[in-house]
Design a protein around this ligand. Structure first.
Ligand SMILES: [Zn+2]
Length: 248
């Protein structure tokens, strides 16, 4: 089995990345997303250290969006060497940055992705209508990866219409994840990715511990069950999709 973990913050984890990668024996490669300039640089350094296993992205998390003006230049430079722009997006659930700052940063990232001709990794929490409207207006849906997708059937259908990619994480496997599983039924396997979001959101049975790339198969197995498809086939298809998105 060869999975791709399309979103894991190995650079935000205190554990040794060499060890986490070594024990992810069924994971071919991973994407390490930046959440600010510093962690984007760390992600790029990790990709340099493990070129066979790691790709990096460069961006500013919506929680940090208020510092976009200060970090834009540095992140834009780092993005030149990255596989994608992000993670960016909108989080109107935690609202750790004011919505207008989040919107400014998100739109800046989309312009950057467009100018560099790179995909964009999007965090969308309680902001489906706003993210949808912006992606539609910018006509950038087919380069957008909706990371840790938690939308229900209605939003899933609409974002599918924009040609987006859906990356499923631990919440798909949670007992409370029925809405996400029902939505996942609608996503064609050709548009789906799997991720861990390490070190957060560990899937059961590790729910209250730290997440790691090796657990990505626990997300993929649920997707296989939802689709009634063989696990090995889902691993191969989602890995192919990740390679297509991130240009590997
Ligand atoms: Zn993330």
């Amino acid at each position: 089995m060869a999975w791709v973990d399309s979103h894991c913050h190995l650079q935000l984890d205190d554990r040794d990345p060499a060890q986490l990668l070594a024990r992810a024996t069924e994971v071919d490669w991973v994407v390490v997303p930046g959440v600010d300039a510093r962690s984007s640089l760390a992600a790029l350094e990790m990709a340099g250290r493990f070129p066979d296993r790691v790709m990096a992205t460069a961006g500013l998390h919506p929680h940090e969006a208020s510092s976009w003006a200060e970090q834009e230049q540095e992140i834009s430079q780092l993005a030149l060497r990255a596989a994608a722009v992000g993670e960016t997006g909108l989080d109107f659930y935690r609202n750790l940055a004011p919505p207008e700052d989040q919107l400014r940063s998100f739109e800046g990232h989309l312009r950057l992705a467009e100018s560099l001709d790179k995909p964009v990794v999007i965090h969308c929490r309680d902001a489906f209508a706003e993210v949808y409207g912006i992606l539609e207006r910018e006509a950038i849906g087919s380069r957008a990866v909706l990371h840790c997708w938690t939308g229900g059937r209605r939003w899933t259908k609409r974002f599918l219409g924009l040609g987006c990619w859906f990356s499923f994480a631990g919440p798909l496997a949670f007992e409370s994840g029925e809405t996400i599983r029902l939505a996942a039924e609608l996503v064609p396997p050709e548009r789906a990715l799997v991720e861990t979001d390490t070190p957060y959101l560990a899937p059961p049975p590790h729910r209250h511990g730290l997440n790691e790339p090796a657990y990505v198969s626990l997300v993929g197995e649920v997707l296989a069950r939802v689709w009634s498809l063989p696990i090995a086939w889902v691993a191969s298809q989602t890995s192919k999709n990740a390679a297509a998105v991130f240009g590997r």
